[in-house]
Write a protein that binds this ligand. Structure first.
Ligand SMILES: Cc1cc2nc3c(=O)[nH]c(=O)nc-3n(C[C@H](O)[C@H](O)[C@H](O)COP(=O)(O)OP(=O)(O)OC[C@H]3O[C@@H](n4cnc5c(N)ncnc54)[C@H](O)[C@@H]3O)c2cc1C
Length: 303
């Protein structure tokens, strides 16, 4: 028997990969066996809810927020991953709480290919659906057949077309919880897949900074790269308080241990302002912001 687990006054910011930001009223951890209880639990807590994964694309505003976060648990003692051979290839089913790097390595080791690209993305499978995460020439929309989504008490399998996966967007809304995902992959050579995984990990080490960050801050505008525009606008090394733009990659912000979410937001405003002034391009953030007001992240840059 399983039950939803509820915690109160949860330090959400420190759980994100930025490791800064405020707290939320409640956290609810749910698994397949306790999904029936989720609607009742959320109603009793009262606060608006939002599902989160591994917090690798989240910026949580400083202070306390009257929100409930929902997380999909990874069942103990299992890696929540199964597959079956089909005429078309290999159909993989995976729990939304599992991390992409774990899934990518496990599949490569089994000789199930076409998911190696995901090894360098430190998010969960659920977060990857919500964001249509991608890299190294592929993305979730290339491999997803369907996702099981909880919305307002109803659990349904939605076909890929209904997920409307676009460039870092999807039809997943605040309040939805992606629970399981079905992928269409292929049978291939395990040694070659493991070697591709190693190459990608090596590429990430060489081209992206380590430390507390949440990946690309801004989306690429049509036909260009946010990193190129930010670099050309002189953003590398720019600092505000405990946050600075990486010298290695101008679209990454690194945060010191004494930094805070307001430092990141001030730096983001300045990065966006510089690119708008220099190139007339208004960058859109790739991060999902939680508990951040219009005063800290206005819709338009101040020029
Ligand atoms: C070093 C580094 C490198 C990165 N490289 C890449 C890259 O190459 N490509 C790329 O696309 N991204 C990249 N990212 C960003 C990030 O890893 C992805 O966006 C990832 O998909 C986020 O997954 P998450 O589980 O961490 O989601 P979170 O950050 O927790 O949440 C992100 C969004 O997904 C939603 N969400 C999360 N889980 C669920 C769920 N179960 N149900 C419904 N909604 C959910 C949240 O509400 C939120 O809107 C990188 C991040 C870092 C730190």
């Amino acid at each position: 028997m399983s039950a939803v687990r509820v915690s109160s006054s949860v330090a959400l910011g420190s759980r994100t990969t930025y490791r800064v930001g405020g707290s939320v009223a409640h956290e609810v951890v749910v698994d397949a066996a306790s999904l029936d209880e989720l609607a009742g639990t959320l109603a009793s807590l009262g606060a608006p809810s939002i599902a989160i994964g591994l917090g690798s694309n989240l910026l949580v505003g400083d202070g306390h927020h009257d929100l409930t976060i929902v997380r999909v648990a990874v069942p103990a003692g299992s890696d929540d991953l199964s597959w079956s051979e089909a005429d078309s290839g290999v159909i993989v089913e995976v729990g939304a709480g599992l991390g992409l790097p774990v899934v990518a390595r496990r599949l490569a080791a089994e000789g199930i290919v076409n998911f190696e690209w995901a090894v360098g993305i430190p998010g969960s499978v659920g977060g990857a659906i919500a964001m249509n995460a991608g890299g190294h020439g592929s993305s979730m929309d290339a491999v997803v057949i369907a996702a099981q989504v909880w919305r307002g008490g109803l659990l349904t399998w939605r076909a890929a077309s209904a997920l409307a996966l676009g460039y870092r967007t999807s039809a997943i809304q605040a309040g939805d919880v992606v629970v399981r995902v079905r992928l269409a992959l292929a049978r291939g050579n395990a040694a070659a897949a493991r070697s591709r995984v190693r190459e990608i990990v090596q590429w990430r080490r060489e081209n992206q900074p380590g430390g507390a960050n949440a990946g690309s801050v801004f989306q690429n505008p049509a036909g260009d790269y946010a990193g190129r525009l930010l670099d050309a606008a002189g953003c590398k090394g720019l600092r505000h308080g405990g946050a600075r733009v990486s010298e290695k990659h101008a679209n990454f912000i690194l945060v010191d241990t004494d930094g805070c979410a307001s430092d990141i937001l001030a730096l983001m405003r300045e990065m966006r302002r510089r690119v708008a002034v220099e190139f007339g391009v208004v960058l859109r953030t790739e991060h999902r912001l939680i508990g951040v007001g219009e005063d800290e992240w206005p819709a338009e840059p101040a020029t």
